[in-house]
Design a protein around this ligand. Sequence first.
Ligand code: ASP
Ligand code: MG
Length: 436
Amino acid sequence: MKVLKFGGTSVGSPERMKNLLDIIDARERQIVVLSAVSGTTNSLVEIGQAYLAGDKDKAAQLITVLKDKYEVFINELFAQSEFLAQGKEVIDYHFSLLSGLANDLFTSIEEKIILAQGELLSTTLYHVYLKEIGVPSVLLPALEFMKTDEDNEPEVDYITSHLTPLLEKAPDNNLFITQGYICRNAYGEVDNLRRGGSDYTASLIGAGIRSEEVQIWTDIDGMHNNDPRIVKGTRPIAQLSFDEAAELAYFGAKILHPQSVFPAQKYKIPVRLLNTMDPQAKGTLITNESEKNQIKSIAAKDGITAIKINSSRMLLAYGFLRRVFEVFERYKTSIDMITTSEVAVSLTIDDTTHLDEILDELKAFGDVEVDTDLTIVCVVGDFAADKHGFGSRVLDSLKHLPLRMISYGGSDHNLSVLVKTVDKVEALRSLHSRLF
Ligand code: ASP
Ligand code: MG
């Protein structure tokens, strides 16, 4: 059984939603995971923020604007008045739930309930649409099988044990529709897998039911070997290993939610990235295989801040790095790149929410310097078999640019350099023309 995930733009208009059946083969048994209609989750975030700020008028205004969009949406989606009425009931239900929150004490629990409405809306409307056109389908409530534990980690076994019976209840049904992104947490509250999490849902379901394949349908033709907005002549990568995809997903290749490769990797479920706008295109296939000794892709991540800690106490000491890392741990700030010398360590972060506090604490260790407006440029591939020459090719391509940090050998799949963001375009172009 395959799992197909369609992102927000793939369900972004009534027309797009109708066209899904060009891709979904209703004669095959499969699970279709949908995101919210594009723009919806952003609006829900704003509504939640307005409520949190106690600004009920603003929340009400935002809710009206969003609801109006859905009124237009269903008018185009449904042809028959009977089904239009059902669609209307669906949106009335979800929007009165949103408005009703004005009367409650508003906490992060209610905020997450708000965020869940986008996927609940898109899937329910699609389900009603399928009914209208006479295509049998079953709507699977993700909140009944998608669950995270105390550490916010999704539980694949829980998915297996709770989703399988739902599928068995409908042995003759082919098409199952479910919500991406949303789940319940360890306390049974409505929660989510964080922004962009529908990919993660698809991969988790794929793992949970040991699917033959997970397909992620977006609006680009797979993962490209460089940023197509910056570099001319990029190509989709035909095949990637999970390790390479994981490196790329973090380093700015926004096509895939970073965590979503792990469940598929663990359960050896192939993941295919495909393009709704060009369904025949081959896209990118991600499997456990890796093509040895190949440079696959170049990616970049902006908004990076580097912190250098200079400390004579680091010399010949042990436990120094642990104490440094603990500071970041206390502020729940993840570190991306690290380089060390005997008397200094440099590391990068992309979340600067607690930068001031972190710097204050780090000053206890020695001199601290901060550089902002940096970009990590990373080259991904399989360099394990024959490592020599590879580093020099990358560095040679960048020899005309100042490099703040270089990280190589952390894995067999990644060489990263830290450059000034103003040099990013040149770095990407120069690497592209010399490596490919
Ligand atoms: N709708 C959610 C978001 O916009 C989840 C997703 O689309 O993957 O982040
Ligand atoms: Mg996405």
